[in-house]
Ligand binder design. Sequence first.
Ligand code: SF4
Length: 699
Amino acid sequence: PLKLAEPALGVRTHCPYCAFQCGILMGEDLGGGLPRVTGDPHFPVNNGQLCIKGWTSGALLGHPQRVTCPQLRDPGGTWRDATWAEAFDFVAAKMAALRERYGPDANGVFGSGALTNEKAYLLGKFARVALGTANIDYNGRFCMSSAAAAQTRAFGIDRGLPFPVADVERAEVVMLVGANTADTLPPMMQWFDRQKAAGGRLVVADPRRTATARRADLFLQLTPGTDLALANGLLYVALEERLTDERYIAERTTGFDAVRRAVLQYHPAHVERLTGVPESQLRRAARWLATARSAMVLSGRGTEQHSKGVDSVHAWINLVLALGKVGAPNSGFGTLTGQGNGQGGREHGQKADQLPGYRLIEVDAHRAAVANVWGVEPASLPRKGKSATELLNALGSEVRGLFVMGSNVAVAAPHAERVEQGLKALDLLVVCDAFHNETSAHAHVFLPVFQWAEEDGTMTNLEGRVIRRRVVSRPPTGPLSDLEILREIADRLGCGAKFAFRDTEAVFDELRRATAGAPADYSGITYAKIDAADGVCWPCPTEDHPGTPLMFTERFHHADGRARFFAVDHRTAGEEPDAEFPLFFTTGRYKEHYNSGAQTRQVAKLHAAQPVPRLEMHPRLARRHRVVTGSRVTVESRRARVEFAAEVTADIRADTLFAPFHWGGRAAANLLTSGHLDPTSRMPEFKLTAVRIAGVRHG
Ligand code: SF4
């Protein structure tokens, strides 16, 4: 079996949740026997601060609802405990039978941005080598994919923040677009507070006056789905007022002429009509950004989760490039990655189109490099498979078996009813997790796994900083590491030797070799090197290389070293409000919950603080429908109806409704959302659904 490090209280490790990966210390609790969590004052990203999710994360360990025994669904539909050998034999035999009967792509694999780098890497290898399927994708497709695709197109490479978080504090102007960091990354606010204390300005663009927007110097309350037009309008003003950096554009970029022509259509008066942002505010924001010595634009899911998400992000990149700010000190464009390992999780082969290190599965040289490390023939590697939503759409038809590791697709994916029907239609659904969730409700096999503080591994935070999770707590008897589960099933499929690692570090060492020479090059990063510092930023091509906290100072990752402008135009969403469905519906997060809520809904303090989703509604709209806070409001889209408790607030636009997506069942916001995808990133349009109010109940 995989060798585990000895648990040790007081070691430095990291929070199990979001991409900030706050440093935490865990000590013995004086009361209930669970480890006490405190913020690590020496980790330079959170500086000792944690949000409520981090503070309560110890409650996940030793939780009474945790599953500790493998389970098989009996013919009557109830779970029964099984031995590991029985569960592995069953899964491997079923997968082999599906492969035999329908071909290798009949088995699908669904991964997660919560998995460590080692797990993400091994899961990608498991899909391609043990199962031979092209159909592997992961929930990061719902999170980061639009920003990743736009950054790759513009810069030749995608790293969430190409500069350290600490640069925020020194930026004269920061513009946050579609990012509510006060709720999603609360310890990030300390950097904005310091930036503002030093005289800097914070601009926030969002359809909701969020907790973050309330701290802004300028708040642009745009219409959902108009981010691209807003960015082009800002660039129009910069051009009109001759504030662009023509020398930078000439020396470091290509393609600006087409952008210059395209943004001529975006006079601020026209942009005001499209976005609802007054021309005066638009002009002020453009001048602040353009005249600051240092300025950055940071994007979040609000601007990315659209069927034009890639182009929207590229519009922001065009703006920042035209101002000569990418690669300049304390400046640039970055995206605030969401999931804990949203960055590393997308680098190491869980995506349908990529192999480890961001190598592309359709490029022969890339296939050959990875095949060589895996000891297989390049021709044996599958080609590009289905992206996440398309994979879920194929459940029960082209895809007959699904192996899910660390993801709750029944809640997190759009058009949830269709996903549920797909899950029910499968011949085999295997869920690897610590707790049952809405996805495992349809599973045939449940494989219980170690939790975050019970095994080691590496994560890559939103800065591209590779850090170590360490063993703090001994796992209960029963669960196994995901790594061991993959090895056991691969063994039964005839290739166990390729998955036999003595410990997690050995998996990381193979990952290093698989990424050598790749865009996301980890080959110079070792566990010892991470231990000696507060992590190492990739790319890091040799063991004596210090890592790369700051990118693009001299060249971009395209062959000619130049960044790419790309002319983009506003276009309508997959479905816009109309006479039948006249309102925008948009989704987001509470600070108490994380993604599908599979973990945080288990934590008593978090559940008590936010037990149910609430529908935010403007007072004007509420009056029209006779709604008061607490009324039960049924929202209907073209796919479903969902009833929410109303929260009447002037912080939201009068044409927009908002609800969080952390809950499943009949309270799932994603029952309403559509399956419209960005044509490049295949990102679903979570942030814009046309809906109507179909009913109101009181009492
Ligand atoms: Fe930090 Fe994110 Fe954990 Fe909160 S959830 S403590 S912000 S890593």
